[in-house]
Design a protein. Structure first.
Ligand code: SF4
Lengths: 736, 65
């Protein structure tokens, strides 16, 4: 086991090298601003930067916007709506990236209070896409005086935006000599803008990576400086291809610098209640984390073997739910051999859950940094599952290396895992061959080929140019150029709305099919993760139950994104007596903690109905935004059959007992009838049943969400929520 | 015996709650176990036997990433 006390510090960057880079900067514009102090969690100021015009503008946030949209994701969506038109695509000049930390962001006494939300029109989905991220930029942005930031226009050359929250200056500068890959660029800018070693923790950098500008699955990294290791750490705004938008605007990085973080900077209404709740929660982590999920030891990767045991771990492009090599990459392997133990790995101050684990001085075997010993953030569960078993890979060092390069190149690990799994299945099915892939043997399990493909994306060459487009666009290319069967690709291509699925096998949970399919942005599990409640616990057996869960959880989870909170501390640990409460799955004591912190900051009381209503305003607004962009209807909620049932004979046969049994227990055939059926007949009946169930689920969920059967929010619901602005009604009125 | 409101086909005489957990490979640590509506604590799983007509609920408190 590697302990933090035994990890030697990383080398920094020579001062003369930094000076050479900084001397090459040309300042394009600079402003000095009045720093308005925060009041009860809000600055009520908004920053807009137009890179086409090199303009920097600070405006007051309309009180009505604050009332309806709360902050975080709400602000991101509202401000993005005003920038774009229905015809806007990801690379349109008017497309913007909006960011907002939320009113509770920056609290230092509780866990998971440093999240920033981002939105943009996605190159994958053509719709507004929200994603959240840790790291220090969001909180420091707020402490520098801003509740939100819009990045729009396109710079003529690579530029950086520098916000100094102590000197109250903002500048746009060219940055021609800095490297592009995030682990290097993050470090260069952190060292460059810090006054001294002590000051590095006060500098936060936002950057993508060299692959992001070529790939639709490009993501954005947010840094924080880790003084224990002497290295810059990376957290990812991973999903939706926002890194591609960022680099298309020729933004190389954002830098925010602010020193003086302390517990009362949010100007809380009642700090004592926040202190109390925080103390109680930290004790809970201290006493129970080891007995529960072990988040402090291995982070979210603790569930790799759990998902495997319950047949949910995506394996070989979601064909199966478990991998025979699980013992090679179960969480204990990472704890014992790779992830440094005992470090305060929180991605914002005060996060005692500390799940941001790292593998230190890992020696890379491939690519431009081959032979170097680097710090790797992760793997989180999604990275482990997506880059590992879903691609048939069970080598932990391959998973770590894939993880590292995704991060530094600015590629979303989840999308990369799912799209590589899709490519591997196409390769094994004979749709692709070595001629097409330029010699890459992309069989399941070939991690070297997967890595080489990733390096090609970063170099914008070879088969990497095709792979980097994501599953949705590849399906079209494979049909048109390589003669693939379109229906087969529709069935096995694990994307919906253009976004690659995150890493859970939903075949045996109807509610989770909805948790993926009936989302605003596409199949990411952060709206509703219901597999265990449904498939294992059988707590939501009826359509009505599932519809209720598919109302409650998306609304509940939306709230985290409005306030600037991380979801993990809510339920990745539970109080010792949680099982004795009425609704253990909702972790009532932790929900009350959030209400207390909300009160402590804003002075306003909140309860569950109030919280759900707050979220629903934004949730419905996002659905209507999708409709405005030409999506967001029932037809867009259709899911690939691989997410719902066995596409191939191999899949059916691998779980034949289960599927045969379901034809009797669920579909209504007799055992004799099933015995007399051919394999193809059984697969067809299974498919008919499962697809019909999904349609029935939609019929139950839409009315619960206040939508008509085409998925359009009703005018009545929109009026009740107070989001009946003329521009909103204009979108939905013709579709009532 | 009913396990999570589904018939449990592998029930046998003398089976404990821990046996069910082991047989089902329920390896997740945060479980809420109720036998005929009564909460059973972890330390009692091995000593608590399940009868054929019992209603056993083993709920996993896992609500995802
Ligand atoms: S729980 Fe993990 S991801 Fe969430 S804030 Fe803490 S360290 Fe960051």
């Amino acid at each position: 086991m590697i302990r933090i006390c035994d990890v030697k510090k990383y080398h920094g960057i020579p001062a003369e090298e930094l000076k050479r880079m900084q001397d090459a900067h040309v300042e394009l514009t600079r402003i000095t601003y009045d720093h308005k102090p925060i009041h009860r969690g809000y600055t009520d100021k908004y920053l807009t930067v137009d890179f086409s015009r090199n303009s920097i503008e600070i405006t007051d946030i309309d009180p009505k916007v604050k009332e309806v949209f709360t902050g975080g994701k709400g602000y991101c969506l509202r401000y993005l709506w005003d920038e774009v038109k229905p015809s806007t695509r990801w690379d349109s000049p008017e497309n913007a990236i909006t960011m907002s930390p939320g009113p509770l962001c920056g609290v230092t006494q509780y866990a998971g209070t440093g999240k920033t939300l981002l939105c943009s029109i996605s190159p994958l989905t053509d719709t507004p896409f929200d994603t959240n991220v840790g790291g220090y930029f969001g909180p420091l942005l707020k402490f520098s005086g801003f509740d939100g930031l819009t990045l729009k226009g396109t710079a003529k050359e690579d530029v950086i935006l520098v916000i100094d929250g102590n000197k109250n200056t903002i500048s746009i500068e060219t940055a021609p000599l800095e490297h592009e890959d995030a682990h290097v660029l993050g470090e260069e800018l952190t060292y460059m803008y810090a006054d001294d070693e002590n000051d590095r923790k006060n500098v936060a950098v936002v950057c993508a990576g060299s692959a992001a500008k070529y790939s639709n699955i490009g993501m954005i990294n947010f840094t924080f400086y880790d003084p224990n290791r002497g290295v810059v750490r990376l957290k990812q705004a991973g999903r939706g291809g926002l890194g591609r938008v960022f680099r298309h605007k020729n933004i190389k990085a954002l830098v925010c610098k602010f020193s003086g973080v302390k517990a009362d900077l949010n100007d809380p209404y009642d700090i004592s209640i926040i202190n109390q709740v925080g103390k109680k929660y930290h004790k809970e982590i201290h006493d129970l984390d080891n007995l529960q999920n072990g988040m402090r030891k291995v982070g979210t990767a603790n569930i790799l073997e759990v998902m495997d045991a319950y047949d949910i771990l995506p394996t070989n492009n979601f064909k199966f739910g478990s991998h025979p090599g699980i013992d090679r990459f179960r969480s204990t392997v990472f704890i014992e051999k790779y992830l440094t133990q005992g470090a305060a790995d929180g991605c914002w101050y005060g996060c005692s859950m500390a799940c941001a684990k790292a593998a230190d001085h890992f020696k890379l075997k491939t690519g431009p940094y081959k032979g170097q010993a680097v710090c790797i953030d992760g793997p989180e569960y999604e990275n482990g599952a997506g880059l590992g078993p879903n691609c048939g890979i069970d080598d932990p060092e391959a998973i770590l290396e894939l993880n590292f390069y995704c991060d530094t190149y600015g590629l979303d690990t989840i999308s990369f895992g799912t799209m590589t799994a899709f490519i591997m299945e196409c390769y094994e099915a004979g749709i692709l061959n070595k001629e097409i892939t330029g010699g890459l043997e992309l069989n399941f399990g070939n991690w070297e080929a997967a890595l080489e493909m990733m390096h090609q994306i970063a170099r914008n060459e070879g088969f990497g140019q095709i792979a980097g487009q994501g599953v949705h666009k590849m399906k079209k290319i494979f049909v048109e150029q390589y003669g693939a069967d379109a229906q087969f690709l529709e069935d096995i291509g694990m994307e919906q709305k253009g976004l690659e699925y995150s890493e859970y096998n939903s075949k045996e949970s109807l509610a989770q099919k909805g948790g993926y399919g009936l989302t605003n942005k596409g199949p990411q599990h952060d709206e509703a993760w219901l597999i265990f409640m449904d498939q294992v616990n059988n707590q939501i057996p009826t359509f009505e139950d599932k519809a209720e869960a598919l109302y409650y959880f998306p609304m509940f989870r939306t709230w985290f994104g409005l306030l600037g909170l991380c979801k993990l501390p809510w339920n990745d640990i539970v109080p010792a007596n949680n099982s004795e409460t009425d609704e253990p799955a909702k972790v009532p004591e932790h929900v009350q903690n959030y209400f207390d912190i909300y009160y402590g900051i804003t002075g306003k009381h909140l309860d569950t109905p109030g919280m759900l209503r707050m979220s629903e305003k934004v949730y419905q607004f996002q659905r209507i935004f999708n409709i405005r962009m030409g999506k967001g209807l029932r037809k867009n909620d259709a899911i690939p059959y691989r997410s719902s049932g066995p596409v191939t004979e191999e899949e059916y046969l691998s779980r034949q007992e289960r599927y045969d049994g379901q034809l009797v227990d669920l579909v209504g055939f007799t055992k004799e009838q099933v015995a007399a059926m051919s394999l193809q007949e059984k697969m067809a009946e299974t498919r008919k049943y499962r697809e019909a169930e999904y349609e029935k689920l939609i019929d139950a969920v839409y009315p619960r969400r206040g939508w008509n059967l085409n998925g359009v929010p009703t005018i009545e619901r929109v009026k009740d929520l107070g989001i009946d602005f003329p521009e909103v009604l204009e979108v939905i009125e013709p579709l009532q | 015996m009913q396990l999570n409101d589904r018939p449990y086909l592998h029930w046998r005489q003398g089976m404990s709650i821990q046996d069910v957990i082991d047989e089902r490979n329920f390896i997740y640590p945060k479980l809420v176990v109720k036998l005929n509506g009564k909460l059973i604590r972890k330390e009692d799983y091995a000593a608590t036997l399940v009868a054929e007509e019992d209603d056993l609920k083993i709920h996993h408190l896992l609500a995802g990433g």
